[in-house]
Design a binder for this molecule. Sequence first.
Ligand code: 48N
Length: 341
Amino acid sequence: MVPPTMIQTAPVSTSFSPIVTKDVQIKLKSDAKNGDVKFADWDNFKFAPIRESTVSRAMTKRYFADLDKYTESDVVIVGAGSAGLSAAYILGKNRPDLKIAIIEASVSPGGGCWLGGQLFSAMVLRKPADVFLNEIGIEYDDEGDYVVVKHAALFMSTLLSKVLQFPNIKLFNATAVEDLITRRDESTGELRIAGVVTNWTLVALNHDTQSCMDPNTINCNVVLSTTGHDGPFGAFSAKRLEKLGKAPKDITQGFKPQAEQQQQPSAASADGFQLGGMRGLDMNKAEDAIVKGTREVVPGLVIAGMELSEVDGSNRMGPTFGAMALSGVKAAEAVLNAFEV
Ligand code: 48N
């Protein structure tokens, strides 16, 4: 076993065959036909040589540099679904100076937005959400009061590619938020959210199989939670709030769904914070309620997208995504207004 200090940092010389001819021309377009299509001289093709440890170092030094950089973030977005990524896009566009970490439990970001509804491909957005599609440059069929993107994956892959290109945004996928970091103002009793507690998702899902597998942390100024309404961690922060000590009484301030939508909140927890619980499907009520209700629910914590339906007891909207995009826009506004300079 080579003691750590002796691990060679310089690249180890390799006894590979002579330097490969890296000048094998690879074309990506050909006008040839009838069996004459040929993009390269594959018989002489060979990649440049590499050592496995070089690949490992290329990945790990970047990942751990990012972990170090984003352990103090300005904004943390929990959940890379349509609402969280729409908010990330608006934040990245408006505030290139802010460090924004997106924590996504799945290996594949995108949440429920890779398909329209019941696994159909096309995706419906009611106007005026077409303004967001125009912004990120996605074509759609204009059907009057609504538009249709030919495949939800076209929307999600385009949005993802735009968000990931912002130099001040880092996506940590396959990583779950397991808890919230809280600060309590001892004089006012006000609870402020000051960051998130994270762990590899596979660890978070296996806490019952091992002794304590402690988490990591990210401190930040504002958390935006967009963890959706289903899945292994659905409505994560909303449910966590129900368990936190002494949620502030003003937690019920802000938009409340129309009176008839209000349902008796779930049994009040000891500290008085009550979840509304998502209600039955009503597209017209749901989409307005989610966009209008997107807000800072607890100081330092903005909730948007379908997770908000669990907080406010608003309806679900089913297979229409305009509210997700515009809730993300409103969430970016709420995050910037909640930002404590
Ligand atoms: O797509 P979702 O689930 O959430 P939203 O709110 O962005 O979009 C919801 C939308 O897809 C609908 O549900 C549609 C409109 N249907 C409505 C209806 O009536 O049925 O994305 C949430 C993301 C997912 O990718 C999860 O993996 C992730 O959040 N997530 C987490 N990531 C990190 N840590 C967690 N604790 C966590 N919990 C969920």
